[in-house]
Design a protein around this ligand. Structure first.
Ligand code: XLS
Ligand code: NI
Ligand code: NI
Length: 436
């Protein structure tokens, strides 16, 4: 029996549609900049918020009404839920999904039992993938919920926690490979500290580097060729997370010689928690050629934690899409909705409203970004702004034909420089609004 009998496949109805369960901007087969919208956006649904989110918060109990759940933590319930998840994604028209090992299958009494549960559900996931053509964007291991990880996983003070985490990642890599996963993510929720007085930071970071090398070695051994992704986040649940932002992650990847195989999965709400915009984080990772995928959500600027809301702001999605287009697209990553419905939006239908709105906001962002690029005014402004580097002394500096002595000689002759150009910030912000 279908879980959403009243919902058909969500259709593209165009900008004039007033149907809330239709796409006004996301027309998956429409070609923009030489590629279909589907291939540009590579939307993914997350299993954890969408199918495991309960609506509980630190002050209140679960609120979500999910008629397909039988209330147990059984494998049978997990399998039934997997069928529901695929019905949902199929009706939405989402080409990808992502999970943590413990979202899809219940944790057992022992590692062996957990692995067995995971295999049983993975077999159904595979069947559903084959039935629907929906693919796995990435897998990841949950190394933050269980109390064994209270001090961290790879960065724990307890070597046994490292060993357990390694075993969990080993299994999750095997399953991700079996399901054709295109990437594998590490979000270091507890890889950080609460108290520096009890922390040997150097030792913890060395262990983290070692852990990632072991992951690469094992992936090579089993023939998993997907990209590894680190997901920056500055805090929550820890006071300080080692993967605090794109720049910190990249520094870590370089220091531990991991850039051959690792890239970043950048999340909007994590960027803002780090005091950056999403655009900043994407630009930083992108120009270092380390942009791998994005977790598409948004925070609430009134709140200081990871609210993981669905993105609806065209301004934000246009900025993100400008960056993705600038760096040649997001594949083999995707636009992954690491976002949850509010606890007051407790009905199953709200899952559709949330995703349809998020996908459409990104589709609109893609259209806006493409128009800005076709018109070329913004790019021309930036090119012109740096034109002093295209000839004369600027070109000499860039071509390594200058040194401090030659620059001094040049300046002594020239005597002074003039502030020759306005930054035109207000004009450009106004220009962007033309397209929104
Ligand atoms: C939490 C993270 C998490 C990762 C996957 O803040 O965003 O959901 O995406 O472990
Ligand atoms: Ni998050
Ligand atoms: Ni995330």
């Amino acid at each position: 029996m279908p879980a959403f009998p009243e919902i058909d496949r969500i259709a593209y109805e165009g900008p004039a549609s007033k149907n809330p369960l239709a796409y006004r901007w996301y027309n998956e087969d429409e070609v923009i900049e030489g590629q279909t919208m589907k291939d540009h956006l590579r939307f993914a649904v997350v299993y954890w918020h969408t199918f495991r989110g309960t609506g509980a918060d630190p002050f209140g109990s679960p609120t979500m009404v999910r008629p397909w759940e039988d209330g147990t933590d059984s494998v049978e319930n997990a399998i039934n839920r997997a069928r529901v998840a695929f019905e949902f994604m199929e009706k939405l028209g989402a080409p990808y999904y992502a999970f943590h090992d413990r979202d899809v299958a219940p944790e057992g009494e022992t590692l062996a039992e957990s692995n067995k549960n995971f295999d049983a559900v993975a077999a159904v996931l595979k069947e559903e993938q084959e039935r629907t053509g929906i693919k796995l964007l990435w897998g990841t291991a949950n190394m933050f919920s269980n109390p064994r990880y209270m001090h961290g996983a790879a960065t724990s003070c307890n070597a046994d926690a490292f060993a357990y985490a390694a075993s969990q990642v080993k299994k999750c890599l095997e399953v991700t490979k079996e399901l054709g996963g295109e990437n594998y993510v590490f979000w270091g929720g507890r890889e950080g500290y609460q108290c520096q007085f009890n922390t040997d930071m150097k030792r913890e970071l060395d262990h983290l580097g070692k852990f990632f090398h072991m992951a690469i070695d094992y992936a090579n051994e089993i023939g998993f060729n997907g990209t590894f992704l680190i997901e920056p986040k500055p805090k929550e649940p820890t006071k300080h997370q080692y993967d605090s932002d794109a720049a910190a992650c990249i520094n870590f990847l370089r220091a531990y010689e991991l850039t051959d195989r690792f890239k970043l999965n950048i999340e909007t709400n994590h960027a803002t928690l780090a005091g950056h915009t999403m655009m900043h984080e994407l630009d930083y990772a992108g120009h270092q050629d380390l942009l791998g995928s994005i977790d598409a959500n948004t925070g609430d600027l009134m709140l200081g934690w990871d609210t993981d809301q669905f993105p609806t702001n065209f301004y934000l999605t246009a900025e993100i899409m400008l960056m993705l287009l600038k760096f040649g697209g997001i594949a083999p990553g995707g636009v992954n909705f690491d976002a949850k419905v509010r606890r007051e939006s407790f009905e199953p239908i709200d899952l559709f409203h949330a995703h349809v709105g998020g996908m459409d906001a990104f589709a609109r962002g893609l259209r806006i970004a493409a128009e800005i690029r076709i018109d070329g005014e913004l790019a021309a402004f930036v090119t012109d702004r740096y034109s002093s580097w295209d000839s004369g002394i600027g070109a000499e500096i860039e071509a390594d034909k200058a040194d401090f002595k030659s620059l001094e000689a040049y300046m002594l002759e020239k005597a002074e420089i003039l502030p020759n150009q306005s930054g035109r910030q207000e004009m450009l912000e106004h220009l962007i609004n033309r397209y929104i």
